[in-house]
Design a protein around this ligand. Structure first.
Ligand SMILES: NC(=O)c1ccc[n+]([C@@H]2O[C@H](COP(=O)([O-])OP(=O)(O)OC[C@H]3O[C@@H](n4cnc5c(N)ncnc54)[C@H](OP(=O)(O)O)[C@@H]3O)[C@@H](O)[C@H]2O)c1
Length: 316
C-alpha cells in the first residue's frame, strides 16, 4: 500500500485544482497522491487525471455530505469556490463553509484555501468612490472569499489562505484579450491607469499550492499571496504586440466606464480593477514574485505564457 499522503483537490478538473493535481503527478517521488474531486467521475477530464495517477472521487460542493466523504482519510486539501458559475456571493460562502466543515470533520492537517482580499477593509460600504453591489459588497467575488477565511481558521483547521492573482487565461476565456477598435488597431481595455496588474498563468497557482503543501506546517496558519508578474496595461500591450507580431494598444478607461460595459459581472470587475489600481502598492506587495518562485521554480513570465498561448487568444 502506498504511504503517500492524500491531498483532496476541489475543482480538480478546473484551472487551479488541475494545476495542483498535475504538479503532484509530475513529482512521482514526492510525498503526496492527489484525490481529484469532481461531479463527473466518468468525464474526459476526470479520466485524464486518473491517467496521471490521481484517485478520482465524486463530490459536489453543494452537497456537504459528499465533501465529507471525499475529504475522509486525506492529509490535506485544496479548496476553491466557484463564483463565476452562479454569480452569488451567498452561494460561494456556502461552498466555503461546506469545505471548511468537511476539512474539520476529516481532521485534515493542512488546507490551502484559495482566497482574495475582503476589499471592504480598504473601501468600507460608506465609501462612495465605488458603488456598493448586491447590498453589502464592493467587489462581491473578492469580499466573500476574504470573509470566508474565518470559516476555516475559526473552525481550527490548519489553513494557508492563498491570495491568488488575475489569470492571464482571462485574455482567452473571459473576453479580455486585444480587440480591434474603430480604426482596426488591436487594443486591450483595462481600468488600471498606469498601475501594475499582478497576473499569473492559472496552472502556476496549483504549482505554488503544491510548494505550500510540501512546506506544510511552515505555512499552515499563514496568509500568503502569489503572482507571475506585475505589469502595467502598457507593458502587457507591448508584450502582446511582440507575441502577435502586430501593434497592440492599451485603452486605460476609467473604472466607471468599465462598470457600464454591461456584460455579466462588469460592475464587480470594474470595482475589482479600481481596488487594484487605488491600493496598488499594498495589493502588489502581498504578491511577491520572489516568494512565488520559491514555491514554484517553474513560475511563468507573461512573455513565456504568451509564447505558449498567443495562438489561443481570440482577436475579435
Ligand atoms: N479568472 C481569474 O482571473 C481568477 C483569479 C483568481 C481567482 N479566481 C477564482 O477562481 C475560482 C474558480 O476556480 P477555477 O478557475 O480553478 O475554476 P474552473 O477552471 O472554472 O473549474 C472549476 C471546476 O470545479 C468544478 N466545480 C464547479 N462547480 C462545482 C461544484 N458545485 N462542486 C464540485 N466541483 C465543482 C468543475 O468540475 P466538475 O465539472 O468536474 O465537477 C470545474 O471543472 C472562482 O471563485 C474565481 O473567482 C479567478
Amino acid at each position: 500500500m502506498s504511504d503517500k499522503k492524500i491531498i483532496a483537490v476541489v475543482g480538480a478538473t478546473g484551472a487551479q485544482g488541475g494545476g495542483l493535481v498535475r504538479a503532484i503527478a509530475r513529482d512521482a517521488s514526492g510525498p503526496f497522491k492527489a484525490r481529484a474531486i469532481t461531479r463527473e467521475v466518468n468525464g474526459d477530464k476526470a479520466k485524464e487525471l486518473a491517467r496521471l495517477g490521481a484517485e478520482v472521487v465524486a463530490g459536489d460542493v453543494d452537497d456537504p455530505a459528499s465533501l465529507k466523504r471525499a475529504f475522509a482519510g486525506a492529509y490535506g486539501a485544496y479548496c476553491v469556490t466557484f463564483f463565476w458559475a452562479h454569480f452569488s456571493p451567498e452561494r460561494e460562502h456556502d461552498e466555503a463553509r461546506a469545505m471548511a466543515q468537511a476539512a474539520k470533520h476529516a481532521g485534515l492537517a493542512h488546507v490551502v484555501w484559495s482566497t482574495l482580499e475582503d476589499t471592504r477593509k480598504w473601501v468600507p460600504l460608506s465609501d462612495d468612490r465605488m458603488p456598493t453591489l448586491m447590498g453589502k459588497y464592493k467587489v462581491p467575488h473578492f469580499d466573500v472569499k476574504g470573509e470566508s477565511n474565518g470559516l476555516f481558521t475559526d473552525a481550527g483547521v490548519p489553513t494557508t489562505c492563498l491570495n491568488t492573482s488575475f489569470y492571464w487565461e482571462n485574455f482567452i476565456h473571459f473576453g479580455m484579450g486585444p480587440k480591434p477598435g474603430p480604426d482596426g488597431k488591436l487594443a486591450i481595455t483595462l481600468p488600471m491607469g498606469d498601475k501594475k496588474l499582478p497576473g499569473i498563468a492559472s496552472e502556476d497557482i496549483g504549482r505554488c499550492a503544491y510548494g505550500i503543501l510540501k512546506k506544510g506546517a511552515e505555512y499552515a496558519g499563514k496568509t500568503v499571496g502569489i503572482a507571475g508578474e506585475h505589469l502595467t496595461g502598457a507593458q502587457m500591450a507591448a508584450a502582446f504586440a511582440k507575441a502577435l507580431g502586430k501593434p497592440v494598444g492599451y485603452n486605460a478607461v476609467p473604472p466607471e466606464v468599465y462598470r457600464s460595459f454591461g456584460f455579466p459581472g462588469a460592475e464587480d470587475l470594474g470595482n475589482m480593477f479600481q481596488f487594484k489600481r487605488d491600493f496598488n502598492d499594498a495589493y502588489c506587495a502581498v504578491r511577491s514574485l520572489e516568494f512565488s518562485r520559491s514555491l514554484n521554480p517553474a513560475l511563468q513570465s507573461f512573455d513565456a505564457w504568451l509564447a505558449a498561448n498567443a495562438s489561443r487568444i481570440p482577436l475579435e
